[in-house]
Design a protein around this ligand. Structure first.
Ligand code: ZN
Length: 247
């Protein structure tokens, strides 16, 4: 996309207002921590910040018309996103918009609609400091791991464990190991009609994970991977005339 990628960072924006520990780690909010690295990249044309409390929940047609790739962080208010807005996001993805679903977004309405499965998992928040996680690259050929080390170590995380109720990913990019013994498919790619979806596990409202340089690089790479691909003249679905003369 020579013109640059237009990103919308959608953030629920509730923990930042209610949890002192979240405010301490993300004084400007998680959305800003996710978007500020993207803003500095030459291939990113724009970063728009949307929150649940915004008019139209930050998902108006005007915003979506200016979005090539959306990142999604939600946790405590998945049910507050209207079904109409979830359907709008889903349809945009089917039409080509990229969607990067982060951490607890695994139970968000747009992601669950696009997966068509339960999307549940195991989880554990171990004490104040959580536990160690290593995200192992399992596909060194994938563009999402360009410039990323063999594994990313996060000293303080919330555990997510298998089985994860997702459809088999089209491409598996990362698998996590946790100190407590569990493993998790923490970086997964799917194609949905003309659109691409990447689920990326890291990120919790009380840990500074979205400031980690490797996590930021993965999100930027994922935005590039998920950016829309456009055919020269679009494509047609429905009833068409034959291209060749048929007797
Ligand atoms: Zn969490």
């Amino acid at each position: 996309m020579s013109a640059g990628i237009r990103v919308t960072v959608w953030n629920e924006g509730i923990h930042e207002k209610e949890l002192p520990r979240c405010q301490a780690v993300y004084p400007d909010g998680m959305g800003k921590a996710i978007g500020q690295y993207l803003e500095q990249q030459s291939d990113i044309a724009s970063v728009h910040y949307s929150e649940l409390a915004d008019p139209d929940q930050g998902l108006s047609d005007a915003i979506l018309d200016n979005t090539d790739v959306m990142t999604w962080w939600g946790h405590t208010a998945h049910d507050k996103v209207t079904d109409a807005n979830a359907e709008r996001v889903q349809k945009r993805v089917l039409a080509g918009m990229g969607l990067i679903v982060l951490h607890s977004g695994h139970m968000s309405k747009p992601f669950m609609r696009l997966m068509g499965t339960g999307c549940f998992l195991k989880w554990r928040e171990y004490g104040e400091d959580g536990e160690k996680e290593r995200l192992w690259v399992v596909d060194p050929s994938h563009p999402i791991v360009d410039g990323v080390p063999e594994y990313i170590e996060l000293p303080n995380t919330e555990m997510y464990g298998e089985p994860f109720g997702i459809p088999q990913p089209d491409q598996q990019v990362f698998i996590s190991w946790f100190q407590g013994g569990e493993v998790f498919r923490s970086g997964c790619c799917w194609h949905r009609e003309a659109g691409k979806v990447f689920y990326f596990r890291p990120g919790h409202e009380t840990f500074p994970i979205y400031f980690n340089e490797h996590i930021r690089k993965v999100i930027h790479n994922a935005v590039r991977w998920a950016a829309p691909v456009r055919l020269a003249d679009g494509f047609i679905q429905g009833n068409v005339q034959p291209l060749e003369k048929m007797e």
